[in-house]
Design a protein around this ligand. Structure first.
Ligand code: FE2
Length: 217
């Protein structure tokens, strides 16, 4: 079932965003989304996503996996980047060419044209999954941005301030949209409030994938 109410959101002008937070709506057309999805499936086959334990002893509601030289990992010992998948002992799958092409295309027009990610955290949000407000702060170099490709169902992305309690802006992000958080916005709190099941333009995806590219090491 397609969520028609979301069509109205598309006609709304993009809200004013703070310095360093960029939202490129439909940076990937449907053909590019299909290419990324094809490449992503190979990553998922090699390193199946799983819900991980958090430092506090709970479970993440999104399922996670990685590709690239390093992958972000969560378990009761804490949050960190690891160069092998702790579930299998194997290195993470390499970046597919399709991922590199998109990141280069997006960053060429950004303040970070030389961005060279070494990690891609893939989060999968099924119906009901969300991600509380958090900062990405396990990377070594905060001068480097974080780039997110959205694939599958639409979602409410919360762009917050520099304290968890700061008011957050809600952006309805859709499959093919790209978000860049860098510079003055690199350490903003952010999260996913909810996804909109049934809104994926790719019928094979029931849920939402976010592919977040980082310079971790
Ligand atoms: Fe994050």
């Amino acid at each position: 079932m397609r969520n028609l109410s979301l069509a109205l959101e598309d006609t709304a002008p993009a809200p004013d965003l703070p310095e360093g937070l960029f939202w490129q709506k439909q940076a990937l057309d449907l053909a590019a989304q299909k290419r990324v999805w094809g490449a992503l499936q190979q990553v998922l086959d090699a390193a199946p996503p799983a819900q991980n334990r958090t430092k506090g002893g709970g479970m993440t509601s999104a399922a996670m996996t990685n590709c690239g030289q390093a992958g972000w990992w969560s378990d009761p010992k804490g949050y960190r980047y690891v160069t092998a998948n702790p579930a299998t002992g194997q290195p993470w799958p390499q970046f597919p060419d399709a991922f590199i092409e998109i990141v280069q295309r997006v960053t060429a027009k950004s303040p970070w044209p030389d961005f060279a990610p070494d990690a891609c955290l893939v989060n999968f949000y099924g119906p009901g999954a969300k991600m509380g407000l958090h900062q990405d702060k396990d990377e070594r170099d905060f001068t480097q941005p974080i780039i997110t490709i959205c694939l599958g169902d639409a979602a409410d992305f919360l762009g917050g301030g520099f304290a968890r309690s700061d008011k957050a802006q809600n952006l309805v992000v859709r499959s093919g949209d790209v978000l860049v958080m860098g510079g003055a916005s690199r350490m903003r709190f952010h999260g996913i409030r909810k996804i909109y099941p049934g809104t994926s333009p790719l019928p094979d995806i029931a849920g939402r994938y976010s592919l977040t590219f980082r310079k971790a090491l």
